[in-house]
Design a protein around this ligand. Structure first.
Ligand code: CA
Length: 151
């Protein structure tokens, strides 16, 4: 199996996400979505095209291959699931940034386990309510990990 680097995964994820809402995806669109320079996008796009995730068309248009769409869909869903997970555990973090940091490092078994947990919480709303109450209780009591670095 040919696993992409975290950086290439982010490019493919963004290209797929962009393609869901737009008929045409251009190199410049992806550069502005990811806030990166055109040369770095170009180098990533070349690698993704060598690995047959997408093809370059005229006017710098990008078209995902079947493999590109399949993997892109997985990457977008994995990101969304991790964002949902962080919300479900009531993390007070920057959800988007944290999901970005986690997504490349968790194994598929862990991601599937998280998916099971989310599904469980979704179909057992009273558990979610109890959990939220528990979070509030601990918060009020000032319980929890002490930041050794200082606040
Ligand atoms: Ca990402």
């Amino acid at each position: 199996m040919d696993i992409l680097s975290p950086s290439l995964e982010d490019y493919l994820e963004e290209i797929y996400r962009f393609s869901l809402n737009n008929d045409v995806v251009r190199v410049s669109d992806i550069a502005s979505c990811l806030d990166v320079t055109l040369p770095s996008v170009n180098s990533a796009i070349r690698k993704l095209s060598e690995k047959e995730y997408l093809i370059y068309k005229k006017y710098r248009e990008l078209v995902l291959t079947e493999k590109g769409r399949r993997v892109g869909k997985f990457l977008v869903e994995r990101n969304r699931m991790l964002q949902n997970f962080l919300k479900a555990i009531n993390s007070q973090c920057d959800v988007k940034a944290e999901a970005e940091a986690m997504e490349h490092y968790l194994s598929l078994p862990t991601i599937r386990a998280i998916e099971n947990l989310l599904d469980f919480l979704e179909s057992n709303k009273e558990c979610r309510k109890k959990f939220m109450k528990h979070c509030q209780y601990r918060n009020e009591k000032g319980l929890g990990l002490v930041n050794g670095y200082g606040e």
